[in-house]
Write a protein that binds this ligand. Structure first.
Ligand SMILES: Nc1ncnc2c1ncn2[C@@H]1O[C@H](COP(=O)(O)OP(=O)(O)OP(=O)(O)O)[C@@H](O)[C@H]1O
Ligand SMILES: [Mg+2]
Length: 319
């Protein structure tokens, strides 16, 4: 079983508004509403890929009920802690004439210490039947930034593979807890290592630098694939994995689709190279759909043939 942890679940509402202008009144031509939060998106995509997954985290109020019901309708298994305050609704405005998307994310509920304690117990219980646990997304209010870090340490003791996709202070704490994998995008990685990347050599070095901070493996997503430092049977290995950039209908959530593909492949025993390639194909495929974590497995197989994995020699790392 794969567990996804989403502490800051949401209802993601996307409004399609042609010629969107600030300060004007608009009518949306189309709208979609689906449960979200990064871990939830990852769970949706893993389910679509046919691997066993359960989404946990916090869900509160009427919005929380809606999140759970909508996931159930998608046949995604859930086991959330119900909390007193209301889960978020995030609103995005997509202008189809320009492809530009504007997002407004609510702050999210305040989670009490008691609720956090209940969650910890639930996660440790679920972990007994789990192989992989994915921690993804931001934290709700009043939750300590080291929460992922401390949960990672506990899950590791149980032999569960831990994978983290978050940013800022929670990411900093998480890497120090030595998870199996972190998968930041470029901005998140730049913030973590403390400088900007100017070329591919910088990007390749960055994943090695991240591994120095604690995680066993690091994968940095870029719009046309990933840079990664992974552990193969032969030892540590750098990879550049690339795909032709697709004309995106909606690129939001492609990082979540990447991670789902990577995790699904890893769950079934794929090699690091196979899992990176499969993840990149999933990320690329997801750009063809509205809705984060929405992927079509048939198209993923087709795209997989176009994904190129290039091992990069470790000597380049110090050069
Ligand atoms: N236009 C595109 N064409 C092909 N692949 C894409 C495109 N955009 C993104 N991807 C793939 O999706 C993956 C994740 O992309 P990116 O780094 O933009 O994620 P992200 O910023 O974490 O996104 P989000 O947080 O919205 O999920 C990358 O591995 C990349 O290969
Ligand atoms: Mg991301």
């Amino acid at each position: 079983m794969i567990i996804t942890v989403t502490l800051n679940t949401a209802i993601d509402k996307t409004l399609e508004v042609p010629n969107f202008r600030l300060g004007r009144r608009h009518r949306s031509v189309d709208q979609t509403t689906m449960p979200g939060g990064k871990g939830v998106n990852v769970a949706r995509a893993i389910k679509r890929l046919g691997r066993p997954v359960i989404a946990t985290g916090f869900a509160g109020g009427a919005t929380g009920t809606r999140i759970v019901e909508a996931l159930t309708a998608e046949s995604v298994l859930t086991d959330f802690i119900r909390i007193g305050e209301e889960s978020r609704t995030n609103t995005a405005v997509l202008d189809p004439t320009t492809g530009v998307q504007t997002e407004i994310n609510e702050r999210g509920p305040r989670v009490t210490e008691r609720e956090m304690e209940l969650f910890r117990d639930k996660l440790l219980y679920l972990a007994q039947g789990a192989d992989i646990c994915v921690f993804a997304g931001s934290l709700p209010r009043a939750v300590e930034p080291d929460v992922y870090g401390s949960l990672i340490k506990e899950l590791r003791k149980l032999g569960v593979t831990t994978i983290v996709d978050t940013d800022g202070e929670p990411l900093r704490h998480a890497v120090r807890a030595e998870p199996d994998v972190v998968s930041p995008n470029v901005i998140e990685a730049e913030e973590l290592v403390g400088h900007e990347f100017n070329d591919d050599e910088d990007r390749m070095l960055a994943v090695a630098e991240i591994v120095e901070q604690g995680p066993r493996e690091a994968i940095m997503t870029v719009p046309d694939g990933v840079f990664a430092k992974v552990i193969t049977e032969a030892g540590p290995q750098l990879y550049r994995v690339r795909v032709e950039q697709q004309e995106a209908r909606a690129a939001v959530g492609s990082g979540d689709a990447f991670l789902a593909g990577y995790v699904a492949c890893r769950y079934t025993g794929g090699t690091p190279e196979e899992c990176l390639r499969f993840g990149v194909a999933c990320g690329a495929e997801s750009t063809q759909h509205f809705g984060a974590g929405v992927i079509d497995p048939h198209n993923v197989e087709r795209l997989l043939g176009e994904v190129e994995a290039i091992p990069v020699s470790l000597s380049a790392e110090v050069g």
